[in-house]
Design a protein around this ligand. Structure first.
Ligand code: GLU
Length: 448
């Protein structure tokens, strides 16, 4: 069968089977058409029905998570773990606690994670999990009871060499601590079952910074190719969580001026450059809303209920670091008008497919999340290595390795795109390179 027809058939079938799973189908629709050129050159993979097999998650777990709130009422949430692909290593990927979590969101994230993890060059398969539990507004005790209940079920399905969860939106050091503590009580086994652990017990230096720093390193290497740098660049960032904070910190350190950041209520524009230390204090320490920023910074403006992507201001680089589908077609047009030349995704799938099309047409260099935000999971894999050898490496060592990994991911995306006559198409480059490694592993293991 022709590669084109094969891809179309797979796409049609997945749309029929998973109707209504909007985010998941979006991720699949972004991926499938880009690997057609590879399959054309490698018909053996078409013959072995690689896509038909790969597209089916190896295992999906859904479970009930009952927990008691501070008033003594029983609450219940849904828990998930999607173990999508283990061809190149144990399932690896974060846990997301957010009310928007559903099966479609879990599957899109796990699907992207397969190729992201493959691109890191480290032996990690793709998985993702989480719950529709909302940690916002909950007491520490409620979060603890929820995490303990969640882990009571999850522990049956994970392990240091089978499936290694970590953090994502709504899951930071506090949650990982509670989850890890419960795993240890239930299994009497330690260390490498979760990553993103606090530094005092088995955590890795630079893991907190890794996703944000990594995203900026990716762009740094891209700029370097253009004989350019972050110096003097104006950067617009969305979000104010873990990814956003460290993307802002590194961009500033490299000489850029960061103009904005946001949370789900609104955004801050600070013409003097965002005060990252203050954002850290507000968000990481006090769990406050970003609107508080303007109380101490009178030059800054808070735009309540508005998206940073509707804002008209001149800039060079956009780093969407909030969540999926935060930039739509219209907002991509605004981004182009604002002068944006590079978009690098700190979040997973923050641009809709229509938005990406607008960026492509305008010649904006678009760096998809599965490449640009792979630094977090890459350092997670380094945390696994450190846990295995019962050692911890210095910040400088891990940060240096992260920079090297991001350089390698950038070059792989660039070179793969060039190889298929699609210069600057980093989506195609990331998808084919990530896919090829997994596909070859599946073939050699007799899985297709
Ligand atoms: N949640 C992060 C991601 O989207 C990191 C996952 C991990 O460290 O395992 O890649």
């Amino acid at each position: 069968m022709e590669a084109k027809q094969y891809v179309e058939e797979i796409q049609k079938k997945i749309h029929e089977n998973d109707r209504g799973q909007v985010e998941y189908l979006q991720a699949v629709d972004e991926f499938l058409p880009t690997v057609e050129v590879f399959l054309k050159e490698n018909p053996a993979f078409v013959e072995s029905n690689i896509l038909g097999v790969l597209i089916e998650p190896e295992r999906i777990l859904q479970f009930r998570v009952p927990w008691q709130d501070d008033q003594g009422n029983w609450q219940v949430n849904r828990g998930y773990r999607v173990q999508y692909n283990s061809a190149i290593g144990p399932y690896k990927g974060g846990l997301r606690f957010h009310p928007s979590v559903n099966l479609s969101v879990m599957k899109f994230l796990a699907f992207e994670q397969i190729f992201k993890n493959s691109l890191t060059g480290l032996p990690i398969g793709g998985g993702k999990g989480g719950s529709d539990f909302d940690p916002k507004g909950k007491s520490d005790a409620e979060v603890m009871r929820f995490c303990q209940s969640f882990m009571t079920e999850l522990q049956k399905h994970i392990g240091p060499s089978t499936d290694v969860p970590a953090g994502d939106i709504g899951v930071g050091a506090r949650e990982i601590g509670y989850l890890y503590g419960m795993y240890k009580r239930l299994r009497n086994y330690d260390a490498g079952v979760l990553t993103g652990k606090p530094l005092g017990y088995w955590g890795s230096e630079a893991r907190t910074e890794a996703t944000g720093y990594g995203c900026v390193y990716f762009v740094k290497h891209l700029l370097n190719d253009l004989n350019d740098s972050f110096k003097g660049k104006k950067v617009v960032v969305s979000g104010s969580g873990n990814v956003s904070i460290y993307a802002m910190e590194k961009a500033k350190e490299l000489g850029a001026s960061v103009l904005t950041c946001s949370d789900s209520n609104g955004f801050i524009y600070d013409p003097n450059g965002i005060d990252v230390e203050l954002v850290k204090e507000l968000k990481e320490k006090n769990r406050e809303r970003i609107s508080k920023y303007v109380e101490t910074h009178s030059d800054a403006t808070y735009y309540d209920g508005q998206s940073v992507w509707d804002f008209e201001v001149a800039y060079d680089i956009a780093l969407p670091c909030a969540t999926q589908n935060e930039i739509n077609e219209k907002q991509a047009e605004i981004l182009v008008k604002n002068g944006g030349k590079i978009v690098a995704e700190g979040a997973n799938m923050p641009c809709t497919l229509d938005a990406v099309e607008v960026l492509d047409k305008a010649g904006v260099l678009y760096c998809p999340g599965k490449a640009a935000n792979a630094g977090g999971v890459a350092v997670s894999a380094l945390e696994m290595s450190q846990n295995s050898e019962r050692l911890s490496w210095s910040f400088e060592k891990v940060d240096g390795m992260l920079d090297d990994i991001m350089k390698n991911i950038y070059e792989t995306c660039r070179d793969t795109a060039n190889k298929y006559d699609a210069a600057n198409n980093f989506v195609l480059g990331a998808n084919i390179a990530g896919f090829e490694k997994v596909a070859r592993a599946m073939l050699s293991q007799g899985l297709v």
